[in-house]
Each structure stands twice: as C-alpha cells, then as structure tokens.
Design a protein around this ligand. Structure first.
Ligand code: GLN
Length: 447
C-alpha cells in the first residue's frame, strides 16, 4: 500500500502532520464491501489522497500546523472532503503547511518543517508544502492545497509537480479554515495535467454552505485536454520577467512559450501596469482579513487554553501568546493596524483600490488573449533557513502568484525544465474567470 512508500521516505520528507492509516483501511474495507455486494464503486476508490491540514475532517485532527489547534478534531467534514468521499477516495493523511497558511516555505509550521523531495536541504515551498512534497515523493497520488497568494502554485513549482488554483468561487471553502476569505481557494496537486483535471472535476461545484461559491454548471475538465491549440493567443506579461526573476527561470519559461508557438499558438508581450503594487496591496488585505478571522481562537471555543491565567482577559491573551507562532502574530498586528480607525483609509481602502486596478489589468488583457504565461516563482527551491529570518524576502517568493488571487482568476503551475542545480522550474498559465478549460488545454499541449 501507499504506507509502504510513506514508511520509506516520510522520515526524511516529513510531508504529513497526521497519518490516517486506520481510517484509510476502514475506507478500503467499505469499498471491498461495496464490491462484494455488487454495488458500483466510485472512480476514486483506492486512490490515496493527501489533504492539507487546514481542511476540516470529521474526527480527524485539523491543526492548521498551529499549536493553538494542536488537538482540534472538527465535528464535520469540509465540502471538498464530502465530495471526494462520495467518489470513494482514500485519505492518506493530513499534510503539513505553514501555520494558518501564512508562508512560502512550510518553515512556519508550528509542528515541524517539511523537506523538498528533490533536495532534502531545501524547502518544498509553501504554504501547502506538505501537500506538494507528498505528491512529489509518491506519498500520495493527488493532494489538496489552498492558495491565498500562491500557496498551491509556488510549492508545485518548487517540487516539480502540477498545482492549480481555480477561479475564486469554483470550489467550496466550507470547512476550509479561513486565512483571508476573499482570496482563499482550494485546489489540486497532481503529477500530470490529466490527474489535475480529474481532481478538479470532483471538487468543483456550487455549495449552498459557501455564500461565495458560484452557481454555475461545472464542465468535465478532461474534455478540453486534447483539443489543439492552433491559433490560441498567448499574452506574455512583461512585468513578470523583471529584475527579481532568475535568468534560468526566465529562459525556461521562454523556451516553453516557443514550444507553444511551434504547436500553433501565437504570442505577444503585454503590459499589466499595476503588477508592482500587487504585493503591497496583498500584504494589507490578507493580514487584515486574517486578523479578523483569527479572532475566534480565544481559548474558549477550540484547541489550546492557558490554564494558569487568572480571569478571562488574561486567559485570552496567554492562550494567543502561547498558541500562535511569530508569523501569525506579525500578520495579526499588521492587519489590526491597517483596519484601525484613522489608518483604514490610508491602508486598507487604498489596498482595495489597487486590487481593483490589478483586476482591471487582467480584464483588459483577456479581451485579447486566451491565456497569459509567466514564471510561477522568481527562483527554484531555496535552502531551509535561507529566508526564514527575513519576512520581506520570503514575501517576494509569491510576487508572480499574488496578483492572480487579487483578481480572483485561475492559474496553474507545471514543470518546464530544470535549472543548473537540477531543481525544477515552474511555468504559470493564467486564465480569465472560469477559464480553467483553456488553461488545462494549453498545459496539456505543452506537457
Ligand atoms: N506566501 C503568501 C502568504 O504568506 C501566500 C500564502 C497562501 O497562499 N496561503 O500569505
């Protein structure tokens, strides 16, 4: 079983926070029973899937890699879990992540770090680093992650696999522990585009429990895969090939664009003029929403409680002091500051205006182009410890992915070669709202 493989490599990779072997075996028994009764089994029967530890799983620990939730067992399943269960999937375990999905390296996990399977001294990316590493190390066939500013695409790029952030509203967020609600979106990791399209088929769709989920028919994403890309128009956004991007990364992405041209697509450079402001806007909006979402961890309702405190207010304070890691505290401080009266107009409101401008850049580009292509990350996987003491440097890891979340549009990362150190390089394919099919079509042609 998959657990043989996990036994071989997990000690080195540490992709998981919780392994759910017992539940997985029960699940397998259920499938056997169905088969025995001559019942139909779901298409995901026997497929081992890893779930990022910020998605609620009934009776199974859901920690968000935070000490404040280290023992929290949700009383219900997230909608994505219900959907996969309806197809008889097997949950292998809950994957490691940066605490509350804040980070780009999984070094902010409050449980343990995860290593990149390509080089154990390097980070797998983040925040869904465990989900990406699990698939890259064959400790799962498919996994789910969440992407608020790049947390699926960036680790997919660094681990040499496929990862997709769907359009905001395509996949239900019900049961996903909220980081920044207007940006969060669940999506799949897989080894290839077909598996990614299949996984998306099973998790997409309207959910009355998520008011931001869109009521819209979901196509079969595998159907567009084999259409040829002759005449397709690709935009290459100039701002995504700036000084901060490694030359080797740029070269690999350009080679990919040339290959797509050989396959019949046409490309042109395009400017997305507000790109430079996206990172600053994100680091106001995301922490602002996070500071509000994290107010619920008060020691009363979930997880950790400081028992020494005298009185309620002291208990709140000490619980949060003990339970949250440094990055989470940093975001709460940033967010509450940006939202406080007197500063709200200067920071939060300005950031929201930039968000609109970023979205309009994309809207304009998609009047002309079917997809946009860029690097996913400025560099390949960096060494553990290299950026962990410099939050600003870490924030730059998502410079190519963050604008996409601000605009609410879908994007996918897939491998497009190796650098001179032998580390994988990620290619980002960006589509318009609900343009997943075109993204997958181009990705499959390139693959
Ligand atoms: N690295 C970004 C952050 O720390 C993105 C995280 C994410 O997408 N969850 O906020």
């Amino acid at each position: 079983s998959i657990y043989n493989r996990i036994n071989q490599v997990e000690e080195d990779v540490q992709a998981y926070i919780t392994l759910t072997k017992e539940e997985a075996l029960n699940q397998a028994d259920k499938v056997d029973e169905k088969l025995g009764n001559g019942e139909k089994i779901g298409p995901l029967a026997g497929i081992p899937i890893a779930i990022k530890d910020n998605m609620s799983t009934e009776g199974v620990k859901t920690t968000c890699a935070s000490q404040i939730l280290h023992n929290y067992k949700p009383p219900y399943d997230a909608t994505v879990i219900k959907k996969l269960a309806a197809e008889d999937f097997v949950m292998v375990g809950k994957a490691n992540m940066d605490e509350f999905a804040m980070g780009s390296s999984t070094e902010n996990s409050g449980i343990h770090p995860t290593s990149n399977p390509w080089d154990l001294e390097r980070v797998p990316g983040g925040s869904s680093g465990g989900s990406a590493a699990a698939v890259a190390a064959d400790e799962a066939i498919i996994s789910l992650g969440s992407d608020t500013g790049g947390s699926i695409r960036q680790p997919a790029a660094l681990c040499g696999i496929v990862g997709m952030k769907p359009t905001y509203g395509l996949v239900s967020r019900y049961g996903l522990v909220a980081f920044a609600s207007s940006l969060d979106q669940i999506g799949p990791f897989a080894k290839d585009i077909t598996d990614c399209a299949l996984a998306l088929n099973y998790i997409a769709g309207h959910d009355e429990f998520d008011s931001t989920s869109v009521d819209r028919e979901v196509p079969d994403y595998t159907e567009s895969l084999n259409k040829d890309i002759k005449g397709m128009k690709i935009g290459v956004p100039t701002e995504y090939f700036g000084d901060g991007i490694d030359q080797e990364v740029k070269d690999a992405v350009w080679n990919a664009i040339k290959k797509l041209e050989e396959l019949g697509a046409e490309y042109e450079e395009v400017s997305l003029p507000h790109t430079d402001y996206a990172l600053s806007a994100y680091y106001l909006i995301a922490p602002a929403e996070a500071s509000s979402n994290l107010a619920r961890y008060d020691g009363v309702r979930y997880g950790l409680r400081n028992k020494e405190a005298k009185g309620l207010v002291e208990m709140y304070k000490k619980t949060r002091q003990d339970g949250f890691g440094d990055e989470v505290k940093r975001r709460i401080m940033l967010g509450t500051y940006a939202l406080s009266s007197g500063y709200y107009d200067a920071y939060y409101k300005k950031a929201q205006k930039i968000r609109t401008l970023v979205k309009q850049d994309f809207d304009k580009a998609f009047e002309k182009y079917d997809v946009l292509i860029s690097p996913t990350t400025p560099t390949t996987a960096f060494k553990i410890g290299d950026k962990s003491n410099d939050p600003l440097e870490m924030y730059l890891s998502d410079i190519c992915t963050i604008p996409i979340n601000l605009a609410g549009i879908p994007a996918l990362s897939m491998p497009c070669g190796l650098d001179s150190k032998g580390l994988p390089i990620g290619l980002q394919i960006i589509g318009t709202h609900f343009g997943e099919e075109k993204i997958l079509q181009v990705a499959h042609a390139f693959e």
